[in-house]
Design a protein around this ligand. Structure first.
Ligand code: NAD
Ligand code: TYD
Length: 337
């Protein structure tokens, strides 16, 4: 099988490539990644010498390049995106270019090259926000109600993917997953920022009252789910993927990390809330469980402990990312700290 992975130098994409080449060593992967601030070739040092892995630095908006790379490809797994909500609030333009136009360019090329499967990685953020008091969860039939520029751009891309299925018969599948965590996640995101700030004895920023709720999915569980959808998922269908069954607030997650690191939580600092901050995401992943037999392999506590251990052991990896441009970003994003 020849697979084109987009955005494979980012967090989930690199975990997926490592997972896939281990599980399916006979397959060939081409990784197309523009290496934005979020792309890091060091994530792939364990596979980059393999003869069945090829890295191409390039933009998914480059139609000529995308068309060349799609030749001979069986499956496209599309991760490439601008992925950080806070950055989308400051500058939505690039989110529309990559997440919407880039996806359109890939879809056109996939169609022209008669790709056997186009798998699109999306998010639960397209469904909007639940109230804290609500017991409802998002599922595959929940209407879209994106509320941040990031979520709007991902919603637009999901609609385009399904439009290519209904209009042109492109064989697509979509997964809408919750917040991922695990190795190689950029330290701008909540869990790695919290772990690394605690290790560095720096303040841990909590937006608003910290009661916002997210569902948390360990990245390797996510990779297994994508694998199953590629093998057994139904063409034209969407699968919701989540990691939890009960609600956990941001503050609870942060306190769990302090406990795992055996530190007092005095570094917690409440900062100005994110504009339009979605209060709660909760995802019902019973369809993928029932239809494909998928479920997380460990508990939040177990996966979080493993994640904390990874960041504790791989300081050189994240220390580099927290220098230079990131310091400027951090000061602008957290002026209260
Ligand atoms: P990430 O920001 O870590 O990585 C994105 C990768 O895409 C980077 O390597 C970057 O260089 C690359 N990229 C960006 N623009 C590009 C372009 N124009 N052309 C080629 N490459 C480009 O993101 P992630 O967290 O790994 O997320 C991967 C996918 O999963 C995204 O589509 C995201 O919307 C989705 N998702 C992520 C989460 C999460 O919690 N991280 C949750 C739900 C869905
Ligand atoms: P984040 O990791 O940015 O993911 P998303 O916004 O896509 O859910 O944030 C997860 C939650 O943590 C979200 O409710 C915002 C909150 N948060 C903080 O409280 N402090 C922070 O410094 C960050 C980055 C996020």
């Amino acid at each position: 099988m020849n697979i084109l992975v987009t955005g494979g130098a980012g967090f989930i994409g690199s975990n997926f490539i490592i997972y896939w080449l281990k599980k399916h060593p006979q397959d060939r992967i081409v990784n197309l990644d523009a290496l934005t601030y979020a792309g890091n070739p060091e994530n792939l040092t364990s596979v980059d010498q393999l003869p069945n892995y090829r890295f191409v630095k390039g933009n998914i908006c480059n139609a000529k390049l995308v068309s060349q790379l799609c030749k001979g490809i069986d499956i496209v797994v599309h991760f490439a995106a601008e992925s950080h909500v806070d950055r989308s609030i400051k500058d939505p333009g690039v989110f529309l270019e990559t997440n919407v136009s880039g996806t359109h360019i890939l879809l056109k090329s996939a169609l022209k090259n008669k790709i056997k499967r186009f798998h699109h990685i999306s998010t639960d953020e397209v469904f909007g926000s639940l109230d804290l008091s609500e017991n409802k969860k998002f599922n595959e039939n929940t209407p879209y109600f994106p509320r941040s520029p990031y979520a709007a751009s991902k919603a637009a891309s999901d609609h385009l993917v399904l439009a290519f299925y209904h209009t042109y018969g492109l064989p697509v599948t979509i997964t809408n997953c919750s917040n991922n965590y695990g190795p190689y996640q950029h330290p701008e995101k909540l869990i790695p920022l919290t772990i690394t700030n605690i290790i560095e004895n720096k303040k841990v920023p909590v937006y608003g009252d910290g009661k916002n709720i997210r569902d948390w999915l360990y990245v390797e569980d996510h990779c297994r789910a994508i694998d199953l959808v590629l093998k057994e998922g139904k063409i034209g269908e969407t699968y919701c993927i989540g990691g939890l069954l009960k609600d956990v607030s941001n503050l609870e997650i942060i306190r769990m990390i302090f406990r795992i690191l055996k530190k007092e939580d005095s570094l917690i600092s409440f900062v100005k809330d994110r504009p339009g901050h979605d209060r709660k995401y909760a995802i019902d992943w019973s369809k993928i469980k029932k239809d494909l037999g998928w479920q997380p392999e460990a508990t939040l506590e177990e996966w979080l402990t493993k994640t904390v251990e990874w960041y504790s052991k791989n300081r050189v990896w994240w220390q580099k990312l927290k220098k230079g441009q990131f310091e400027i970003y951090f000061k602008q994003q957290y002026p209260d700290l």
